[in-house]
Design a binder for this molecule. Structure first.
Ligand SMILES: *Cc1c(COP(=O)(O)O)cnc(C)c1O
Length: 368
């Protein structure tokens, strides 16, 4: 072995871990349970036939940006597109974070905000949420004042806790933040509110969205950001040339012809979410409300054995394992800061949700 050491600041880090296990019911990564319509696949196949494979794709992805701009009634100059919203976030951090700069998050929240910020060389400061996972104005003010972050992340609805942020708090954060504010709206279509209305030329705020969740397009890796034109120009500086391949551009444009189909799908997921929530509330669990396509929950501990057994895996981990043994994979958040024993389930199809509920009921009653 003749390994060369990586950067010192990356030594303690590991890559993204969400097990990709082959099980009958996969409810761990918040994908859509609905496939895109057959017409989409046919349409896309036709368009793929028109791609000039020997040529680089349109570097500015103009047609795709225009289609997204039309969807949100903004100008194409207000749209940045990348390989998944994770690459959108990375681009923001390369442009505005990085060495010598500070990035703020409010935990628990989407882990990739801190992770990508660190990889970009930034210093990360983590504010904390209230016990009920809402965000307090005092805590936001403390973090902004004490740390003067160049980038502040809000996530609305927040992953993995489920609730959207208070719109007044988002607005006041944008008004007072010393740097840029990114509102990550990966789950906005499942929620009645959005921060898109805050985006304007003289505000330092942008909203990121993804095709991965609502639009049944996780396989395509496509995300975008709506922001002021100066920010889009800055992001275009750090993006690699031709980073969006022709296939993906065509897939993104074609998907937008089926927006009403996708919106019906999102409405079905919301109805299933409410059904799941009411079933789960009949079980010995703490269940948090959700405005997204997933639900955070924690099995109630029974007796003293659960805290004593925490080192060997607490009750959250044991319920996670029981679900997996029964063919249902959910997200294990039980070891995350502030989320002891918590699990997160993605709202799936009616059949998947039914299988989850059966397995969950047996997991939490097996212990009684
Ligand atoms: C799933 C998710 C994303 C999406 O990432 P993609 O790279 O677009 O698949 C972004 N932000 C949050 C909060 C998410 O949960």
């Amino acid at each position: 072995m003749n390994r060369y050491p990586k950067r010192d600041d990356l030594r303690a880090m590991s890559g993204y871990h969400s097990p990709q296990v082959s099980v009958p019911v996969r409810l761990n990564t918040n994908e859509s349970p609905i496939e895109p319509p057959a017409e989409f696949v046919r349409d896309l196949a036709t368009s793929v036939g028109d791609i000039r494979w020997n040529r680089y794709p349109d570097r500015a992805a103009r047609e795709l940006r225009s289609a997204i701009a039309a969807l949100h009634q903004v100008r194409p100059e207000n749209v940045f597109v990348a390989n998944g919203s994770n690459e959108v976030l990375q681009s923001v951090l390369l442009a505005y974070g990085g060495a010598g700069r500070t990035v703020a998050t409010f935990e628990p929240t989407y882990q990739l905000h801190s992770h990508i910020a660190r990889i970009a060389g930034s210093t990360v400061v983590n504010g904390t949420r209230n016990a009920d996972f809402t965000l307090s104005g005092d805590e936001v003010r403390r973090v902004l004042t004490d740390h003067q972050p160049s980038v502040t992340f809000l996530c609305s609805p927040n992953n993995p806790t489920g609730l959207a942020e208070d719109p007044a708090l988002i607005a006041s954060t944008v008004a007072t933040a010393p740097g840029v504010v990114v509102v990550d709206e990966a789950y906005a279509q499942f929620s009645p509110q959005s921060a898109l209305g805050l985006v304007r030329e003289d505000a330092r705020v942008a909203v990121s969205r993804t095709y991965s969740k609502t639009w049944s397009m996780a396989a395509a890796r496509l995300g975008y950001l709506i922001g002021p034109t100066w920010m889009i120009e800055d992001l275009d500086v750090v993006a690699l040339p031709y980073h969006l391949d022709a296939l993906k551009q065509v897939a993104g444009i074609t998907a937008l012809k089926y927006v009403s189909h996708m919106e019906r799908g999102a409405a079905d997921v919301v109805a299933e979410r409410e059904r799941l929530l009411s079933e789960m509330r009949t079980m010995p669990l703490t269940v948090w409300p959700s405005q997204a396509n997933f639900i955070l929950f924690r099995p109630n501990s029974v007796g003293s054995g659960d805290s004593a057994g925490a080192a060997a895996g607490g009750i959250g981990r044991r319920v996670w394992q029981h679900l997996l043994d029964n063919g249902v994979l959910v997200r294990d958040c039980s070891s995350w800061e502030g989320l002891t024993d918590c699990l997160r389930v993605t709202v799936g199809s009616a059949t998947e949700n039914a299988a989850f509920l059966v397995a969950l009921r047996s997991a939490v009653s097996a212990r009684d």
